[in-house]
Design a protein around this ligand. Sequence first.
Ligand SMILES: CC(=O)N[C@H]1[C@@H](OP(=O)(O)OP(=O)(O)OC[C@H]2O[C@@H](n3ccc(=O)[nH]c3=O)[C@H](O)[C@@H]2O)O[C@H](CO)[C@@H](O)[C@@H]1O
Length: 360
Amino acid sequence: MTGLPRKGSKYEIFIEGSARQRKSSREKQEVVKEISVTVVITGVAGFIGFHVAQALLAHHYRVIGVDNLVPYYDPTLKKGRLELLRRHKNFIFKEIDVSLAENVKAMDPYKKDVRFIIHLAAQPGVRYSMVNPYSYVTANVMGQLVMLEWARTLPGLLHFLYASSSSVYGLNTELPYEESNRVDQPASLYAATKRSAELVSSSYYHIYGLPLTGLRFFTVYGPWGRPDMAYYMFANCIREGKPITLYKGKNLSRDFTYIDDVVLAILSIVKKSEEKPAGFQPRAILNIGNHKREAVTDLVHLLETNLGKKAKINYKDRPVADMEYTFASIKAMEDDYGWSPTVGLSEGIASFVSWYIYFY
Ligand SMILES: CC(=O)N[C@H]1[C@@H](OP(=O)(O)OP(=O)(O)OC[C@H]2O[C@@H](n3ccc(=O)[nH]c3=O)[C@H](O)[C@@H]2O)O[C@H](CO)[C@@H](O)[C@@H]1O
């Protein structure tokens, strides 16, 4: 398994389409032209960064990938993702921590070429923010500021996209969550740092007019995923015959978003920003979700079916930092970019499990 998309998926057709394009020499020239579009991806060895980088490289972008390779989870995953990325000739990797301003000087030689920044480097994990709080402010707020400061020195920047999170909706009870909802009641420090990053960005838009969009991701899952997330932890426990911890609550549910849909969302934003349609103003914030609220117990059943093994379950009270439910309105993404998700939870979990079985 290479981490490439499911057979027949929209994302795969994208990549196959690109491969076909390489055939004629005239089109080869176009490819060479396209290579000049340089994208910086921070957190490139992370789950979402890796998939976005692969897709952009398949589309002949040049990717300057940045990551500090922090061992928050099993480093073999980050190393494996990087190994795949390094096979592309248009991939350049810098091992740096972007929460220190002096480190980003390593990217200065590419300044004039950079058209996009996709800033995904962060300290993730809702529950871990109670264990190691300082790392969240450093990575998620300072890191944001450093990247914004660097971004404003770029002469040809078209769009700065950055990762926010559905967790900013916090204790909000209005469903589905809309970008215009109140977001001043974070349930976790993690959410507070993600909201802070949005506010810092908003000030940079106001002062410097930087083209900025924060993407509020809703529980993204899939092959090469993050082992601190429930679907992955549950899979590990089921495989090893250990009990999973399921939080109590009849409304415990998530809007689960499959990675291919997230990649397509980002590609559609990048493409439109390159086209620069007259009068089009990118929004400051966009939800990236599946627009389906699914019970966490359904996730467990799907994993059991695909792994062919029953889960042993320990029920526990939900930690206060954990939201009970999430549900995304995706109207803004549909209206602005014609994007809508295509992969349901059962199909997505089947894809995840086939990668998982191969990987382990
Ligand atoms: C670990 C983590 O923070 N993951 C991400 C996840 O949070 P999010 O909490 O949505 O995702 P998880 O995969 O951690 O949890 C999914 C669901 O499983 C439940 N659950 C989790 C663990 C467990 O042992 N038992 C259990 O029942 C949770 O309460 C939740 O309802 O999506 C957010 C965006 O939407 C991201 O910003 C977060 O980085």
